[in-house]
Design a protein around this ligand. Sequence first.
Ligand SMILES: Nc1ncnc2c1ncn2[C@@H]1O[C@H](COP(=O)(O)OP(=O)(O)OP(=O)(O)O)[C@@H](O)[C@H]1O
Ligand SMILES: [Mg+2]
Length: 431
Amino acid sequence: MADDGLDYSDIWELYGLSENPFSTNPLLVRGGIIPITCFIGRGNELVRINKQFRSKGGSRTMIVGDVGVGKTSFVNYARYLAKEKYFSPIKEIHVQETWNSEDFLTNSLFAILNTLTIEGNTGWLDKDTLKQVESVAMLNRISAVGGGLTATVIGGNYNQETSNPANIPFMALEDLFVSVVNQIYDKQHKETIIHYNNLENLQEKSVKRIFENLRNTFQTSHVHFVFIGNLVVDGIIQSIPRVSSIFSEHITLETMTLSEITEILETRLEKMKISENIIKPYENKVLEKLYELYKGNIRDILNSLSTAVTSATFDKPILLTEDTLSIVLREVVEKRFLANLSPKAKEILRIILDAKKGEITNKSLAELTKVSRSNVSAYIHQELEKYGCVHLKRKNGKDKFWAVRPEIRWMLLNPVPTDVRQTLIHPFPNK
Ligand SMILES: Nc1ncnc2c1ncn2[C@@H]1O[C@H](COP(=O)(O)OP(=O)(O)OP(=O)(O)O)[C@@H](O)[C@H]1O
Ligand SMILES: [Mg+2]
C-alpha cells in the first residue's frame, strides 16, 4: 500500500478530478485548492456575522468552536460575500504564540499593506501614511526572519535594541492603525474587516494583556474585528468583564450535520471534475461510519477519506465501502503508528483510546496498568508522543490529560475477516 511518503497527487486524474477533493485546507477568500463556492450551510451564523458588518461604525465578533469544525472557512466565506463592499486583508491573520500587543498591531498593518499592494491600491493612503506603514511592515518582515533589530521610524529616534518588531511606541502604532483605516473609509467608503485566526495559540496571560491593551483600538470606528478561538480562549475573555463587554457578537459553530457533509463532498466532486463523468471513490455509507467515529468533525472525516484513497490507489481507481475503508485505515494505523511501539506502550495507547470523555490522566493510567507514574510518563513521552499517537489535551494543576490523535481512532474500525475481504478496485459502473 502507498504509505511511503511519495507524492500521489496525480492519482486524482484516475477519478476525473483536478485535485484532492478531501483536502482539509480551509476555504480561502480568493480560492485555494478547493473553490470557496464549495461552502455549505451555516445560514443563521452568516446572517448574524453579516449584521455585524452592516452595523455602521465597527464591531467585534468572537467565533468559537472545536478544532477543525470549520471556523476559518466560515469567516473566510463571510468575508468573501462581503468583498465588494468592504476592504479586508486577503489572508486571515494567523495569531502566533509569542505575540504581544505591538505584534498584533504591526501584523494588522502588514496585512493591510500587503493586500493594498497586491490589489494596486496603495494610493488609498496618504504618501506619509503609506511610508510609515511600509517602514513598520518592512521591519516586521525582517524581524519575522531575523529577530531583533534597531530602528528609527516615526517621529524620533528609538534606537533601542529590541525584539519588538518595529521598535515603535505603542501609541504611535495605534495612531497609525486608526489613520490607515480612516483613510480607507474616507477615500473609498469602505469599512475594514480584519480576521484574526486561532487566538488559542496565545498563552492565557498574553490574551489578557493584549485585550486589555488593545481594548480601545478594537473599538476603532469603521473596523469590524473578527476573532477566532476555542472554548478555552473564549473562557479567558469572558472572565474579564472589561474586555468581554466590548464584544458585539458571539457565534458558536457546531459540527456540521451528516447531510451537510455529504453535500459538501458532492459539491467538491462536481466543482473539481475535469471530465464529463467522475468516478466517485466512496459509498455514502462510509460517510455515516466516519461521522459516527468522529462525532461529526469534518476535518477528521476528510482526513480519513484522503488517507484511505491516497494509500490504496495506484494505477486504478478504488471504491471505499464500509469494509474496504476498515481494511485500508486499519492497515495504515498499524504501519504508521503501532509498528513503532513496544507492547506496553500499545497497551497504554489502547486505554487512552477507550477513555471516557476521550481523555485520561497519568494517574489513572498508572492505576489501570499497574505501571509507576514515572514509567507511564516515559512511555508517553518516549513513544506515544514521539510517534504522534497522543497529545496533551489540557492540564489541571498537576494533572495532565492525554488524548489520542484522531488517526488512532482508525483502530476502532471493524476488523474484516480475510474471507470476506473484497477487492478494492472500483467495480464499474459506478454504484
Ligand atoms: N461550511 C463548510 N462548507 C464546506 N466546507 C467546509 C465548511 N466548513 C468547513 N469546511 C471544510 O472543513 C475543513 C476544516 O475547516 P476549517 O479549516 O475552516 O476548520 P477550523 O475550525 O478553522 O480548524 P482549526 O481549528 O484547525 O483552525 C476544511 O477543509 C474546510 O474546507
Ligand atoms: Mg482554522
